[in-house]
Write a new protein. Structure first.
Length: 306
C-alpha cells in the first residue's frame, strides 16, 4: 500500500496540508499518515519526565484530530504523534521508515494568504526528503476542493526536469488533467553573439523560442504521449515565470537541484524561490527517481508500479 506522510502541528497550515493530501489521495487507495512531532527526546537521561512526555503527546494527538476534520471520506488515515525535537527530521525519518511515496506540508503562516511560503521547518524538510514533497499554499483548505485540472511543469531538458515531467504526467493521467510544459529562456543571452572563432551570429528570440517549442513538443510526445500537453516558452527569470504560471495552474511540479544526494530533495535557486512565491501547491521531485509517484497512482490508473 502506498503511503502519504502529512506533517501537521497546531496551526491552520496543517489543514492546508491535509486538504492537499486528501485531494491527491482520493481514488488512489493510499494511506495517509498524519505526523505531528512533539519536542521530547526519548534518549534516557536526567531530564526524562514521563508525565511531561505524556502531556506533549496528548497535545500532538489533539493537533492531529483537529487537522483530520473534514476528511471523513478517507478510510485510510493514521494518527502518528512522534517524540522528536526537530519536526523536519521526524517527518523525514517517518517517510523513510514507511517507504512513503509523498510528503505533504503546509506553508508558513508568515506568507500571504493564497501563497506558498516555506518557513524554517518546511525549508529543512525540503532539503533531504527521500520522496517528492508537496507544499500547500496558505488558506488552501478553505478553497473549493475541485480537482487538479491543470499542471504546470518547469522544464529545461535536464534529468531532473524529465523526472518532474514523468511525475506530473502520472498525476495528470489519473486526474484527467492537462499539462503546461514550461521552458524559460534567459533574456541575458538571447541576442548575444556566439563566442567562437570566425563569423559570429545572433540568435533572435523567435529562433530560440521556435527551437525550444520544438524540443518541448518532442519531450511531451516521448514522456507524456497520453496526456494533453501544451508547450509554453517564455523569456525571463525561471522562478518568476513559474510563479506567474502558478496563477493559471492547480499544481506546479519542478525537479530538485541537479546536484546533491540521489533520491533526495535539494532545493536550488529556482525551486527554492518558487516554493516561497507560488499561488498554488508546488510539488518538488527528488533527483535520482526516474518514475516519481508511479507507485502512489498505480492502483488508480490500473498500471503496475515501476
Amino acid at each position: 500500500m502506498s503511503k502519504i506522510i502529512v506533517g501537521v502541528d497546531e496551526s491552520d497550515r496543517s489543514k492546508d496540508a491535509v486538504a492537499l493530501a486528501a485531494l491527491l489521495a482520493r481514488g488512489t487507495g493510499a494511506e495517509l499518515h498524519l505526523v505531528c512531532a512533539y519536542p521530547y527526546d526519548d534518549v534516557p537521561g536526567r531530564g526524562a519526565n514521563a508525565a511531561y512526555r505524556q502531556y506533549l503527546r496528548e497535545d500532538a494527538e489533539t493537533a492531529i484530530e483537529r487537522a483530520m476534520e473534514g476528511i471523513d471520506d478517507l478510510p485510510q488515515v493514521r494518527s502518528r504523534p512522534i517524540p522528536e525535537v526537530s519536526p523536519a527530521k521526524g517527518i523525514q525519518d517517518m517517510a523513510t521508515k514507511e517507504g512513503a511515496s509523498l510528503i505533504v506540508i503546509g506553508s508558513s503562516g508568515r506568507g500571504g494568504a493564497g501563497r506558498v511560503f516555506a518557513g524554517t521547518t518546511a525549508e529543512r524538510l525540503l532539503h533531504g526528503a527521500p520522496c517528492p514533497v508537496a507544499v500547500a499554499p496558505r488558506g488552501f483548505h478553505g478553497r473549493d476542493a475541485g480537482d487538479v485540472g491543470t499542471i504546470a511543469v518547469g522544464y529545461d531538458g535536464s534529468v531532473e526536469a524529465k523526472a518532474a515531467l514523468v511525475g506530473a504526467r502520472t498525476i495528470a493521467r489519473v486526474r484527467g488533467a492537462r499539462l503546461r510544459l514550461v521552458e524559460v529562456l534567459d533574456s541575458a543571452w538571447l541576442g548575444t553573439p556566439a563566442l567562437m572563432s570566425g563569423p559570429g551570429f545572433i540568435m533572435t528570440p523567435d529562433d530560440a523560442e521556435g527551437r525550444a517549442r520544438g524540443y518541448l513538443t518532442e519531450a511531451a510526445e516521448s514522456l507524456a504521449p497520453d496526456v494533453p500537453t501544451e508547450p509554453v516558452v517564455a523569456v525571463g527569470a525561471p522562478e518568476q515565470v513559474l510563479a506567474e504560471e502558478s496563477h493559471k495552474a492547480d499544481l506546479v511540479v519542478v525537479g530538485s537541484r541537479g546536484y546533491g544526494p540521489h533520491r533526495a530533495v535539494l532545493l536550488g535557486s529556482v525551486s527554492g524561490r518558487l516554493v516561497r512565491e507560488a499561488a498554488c501547491p508546488v510539488l518538488v521531485v527528488p533527483r535520482g527517481i526516474e518514475a516519481p509517484l508511479e507507485e502512489l497512482f498505480a492502483a488508480a490508473s490500473g498500471t503496475q508500479a515501476v
